[in-house]
Design a protein around this ligand. Sequence first.
Ligand code: URA
Length: 222
Amino acid sequence: MTALDQFTYPPEAPLDCDRCPRLVEYLNDCRAKEPDWFNAPVPSFGPEDAELLIVGLAPGVTGANRTARPFTGDYAGDLLYATLEKFDFSNGKYDSRPDDGLELKNAMITNAVRCVPPQNKPIGAEITNCRPFLISRMNNLPNLKVILALGKIAHDSTVKTLGGKLAAHKFAHAAEHSFQYNDREITLVDSYHCSRYNTNTGKLTTEMFENVFSLIANQLDK
Ligand code: URA
């Protein structure tokens, strides 16, 4: 990516984005099997004046890829949206569908990779190809103060976006990392991803996830 990219890319990937051949092919397969699903790069969800940006991994095939809203219809969305409600980042009730009337307050959700990857696993080149949209997303949030990275892939992509070194900013659950970015103070907070695997195995409990949101609330209150 050149230095110019961050100014030339839009914050949302175009619906016909063709940067990742493997993901384009997978989306075409999904379109053939499920023509009524969204099957395109999933746009971020939330207001542009948000102070908090939540960075997930990538849409789940039967969830966000179907519904066109991050984490919506995905198992991981149940804990994420419940926690957003508990910490007053939403209005309305999450009901696993994009027309449930839910609105986010002071928070936006995006994904490190905007297209659904096979087996939920984007490859390195796809994460890199999608980063200009993440950079642009951040640059287009004028009040951004805190970024919550859900999992190591989101963490690594965010650290690179903020111009940091991974060796100096290691992923760890509930870790907080400070950055100076475009004359702004940004705090990156890490959490284990709220995936079905992590919650079912107890790697991430509701209490651990809520503790991360308490850290975020403290940062935003500063
Ligand atoms: N759905 C998303 O949109 N992102 C994730 O990281 C997981 C599920």
